[in-house]
Design a protein around this ligand. Structure first.
Ligand code: MLT
Length: 273
């Protein structure tokens, strides 16, 4: 399905019934990476997955991209779907967008799941690497970005044994426009440090990381989780950066347990009153 928001066509899927759970994908992928969550969770929840601006079937305008603008696109979709509150799951860049969304639209957030992501801003060398990667995209196209990114997205075990997954990711990445890839890189490069935001988070939060994540290492992600009041921290075994794709059973189980605990807390709150 598509909706016109903020001057572009945004593609999304809306599956199942129940409390809404909105999923924001990583760089430079698309909403199909949430397929294991659609399969595993739509029996009980309303699962909404979005091709963020610049990805998949959404438009990829040649123009400035910012994390606030991604957050505005998500808000536009929620307005279209008449959803006033949801749980949000963001993986890596999806997590960066959730920090922007939290700043702009906190009242829309029931709960947060931050997966394989970081609150810190890019250090100077990381900023320089964004510029270099944008030049690779400009000169050699999305296939060259797939070559650079796949080794960062998957665990060493998946890189050795999961050729199927590597091919799936290659098809997703090469299906993206260079304008979108470069837009993402600019948006991520200029993101602020969200560490000060963490201690102000008042919604229930689950922090997830793949045990073999090289892009956002488990110890850094655990440290981030310590700043969020009451956050739960879960390590996904046998997974790298794309923990939801590499070990969907454990990822979905973590989300189910978290959402169950919220429901339980809500019911207990209601009975106490
Ligand atoms: C992602 O998976 O979204 C990227 O690794 C994030 C980043 O490059 O900082």
């Amino acid at each position: 399905m598509k909706v016109h928001v903020n001057g572009i066509e945004l593609a999304y899927s809306d599956e199942g019934h129940g409390a809404p759970v909105v999923f924001l994908h990583a760089f430079p992928l698309n909403r199909s990476t949430w397929e294991p969550q659609v399969v595993g969770l739509a029996g009980r929840y309303r699962v909404i997955t979005i091709d963020l601006r610049g990805h998949g079937e959404s438009d990829a305008p040649t123009w400035r991209y910012t994390l606030d603008q991604f957050a505005d696109d998500v808000k536009g979709l929620l307005d279209h779907l008449a959803i006033s509150k949801a749980t949000f799951v963001g993986l890596s860049m999806g997590g960066y967008i959730l920090f922007a969304f939290y700043r702009k639209y906190p009242a829309l957030i029931q709960a947060l799941v931050l997966a394989d992501t970081r609150a810190t801003a890019d250090a100077p060398d990381a900023k320089a690497a964004r510029f270099s990667m944008a030049q690779v995209a400009y000169r050699r196209g999305a296939a060259a970005i797939a070559d650079l990114m796949i080794p960062k997205l998957l665990s060493p075990a998946s890189l050795t044994h999961r050729k199927d997954l590597q091919e799936q990711l290659r098809a997703i990445i090469t299906g993206n426009q260079v304008s979108g890839i470069i837009g993402d890189l600019m948006a991520m490069e200029e993101r602020p440090n969200s560490t000060p935001l963490l201690s102000t988070v008042t919604v229930p939060t689950l922090v997830i990381v793949g045990e073999d994540d090289v892009a956002s290492p488990p110890d850094e992600v655990e440290e981030m989780s310590r700043h969020v009041p009451g956050a739960t921290f879960v390590v996904i075994p046998g997974a790298g950066h794309l923990s939801n794709v590499e070990n969907p059973e454990a990822f979905n189980a973590a989300i189910r347990t978290f959402l169950d605990s919220l429901e339980k807390r809500e019911k207990e709150g209601l009975t106490e009153k």
